[in-house]
Design a protein. Sequence first.
Length: 349
Amino acid sequence: MQYRPLGRTGLNVSVIALGTMTWGEQNTEVDAHAQLNLALDAGINLIDTAEMYPVPPRPETQGRTEQYIGNWLKKTGRRNDIVLATKATGPSHQPARPGHVRGGRLAHTRDNLFEAVDLSLQRLQTDHIDLYQLHWPDRPTNMFGQLGYVHVKDQQPTPIEETLSALQELVQAGKIRHVAVSNETPWGMSRFIHLADNLGLPRIASIQNPYSLLNRSFEIGLAEIAIREQVGLLAYSPLAFGVLSGKYLAGQRPEGARLSLFERFNRYKGENAELATYDYVSLFRRHGLDPAQAALAFVNSRDFVTANIIGATTLDQLRSNIASIDVTLSAEVLEGIEAIHQRYPNPSP
């Protein structure tokens, strides 16, 4: 395994991180514990979860993923072997957002964040969270690259300085160690950094946003901030919900696969996404590479990436995905990737 600094925290985290959002929906607790054991044996130390998980979010399952991790921590006593990251759900500015979490008290205010942290600590059966992330911005904004997005100006979100002040209190109380954001924009990321540096508030250590061969929009405005400000990317959906493995090409829907089970996951569908995926998979196979491992290796190689969050529903998938850390893409393959990207730039923003 390889390790990189987590912002300016002094912590080093594994380049491959273990994502957990299927635990409690597609994966049982036994599965979850087996994945944790395998991941730690492979040198992974960054475990990423969220109070909202598993996904798709449902009132009946909310918090189950954190509970599984908490039970594993209690059983194994391996709390000091991991960097534990979880997230506070953000306000429901869009219909797809879960309003059932904490009774819908999701604005990033002091009271709401204290409640969220305390509930996560109970489920995780630990006394602190290493990296506490704001799952979505408090304000309504264009988080997912929607074309023609119209910004809402008449809503009054929680001021970022108020949110950071609450997080500072949580750090001082010893409940969280470091803070981060997720699904943020360049303006939001810059604002968090500016306010922290000028007001002496906690500085964000990372940003968790989507990044894959089908969505490289992070490179446009966020990558420079990540590099210059040492706020690296925790890349999620690096396989675009498994699309880049090639298993969904030509209309295939493997039994038990995420896109076969849940129609709501349509972000990586569409004609250009299909065409780009076909070309990426063909390129990798011509060079004797496993398509999923090659797609992950591309993410691993980016200089603005701190960690690549992989998820799996089987141990075989997990082993294969972890092995991407040992895959180096040749100059010829990288040239081929850029050629495809020029033909189909960011088909799934």
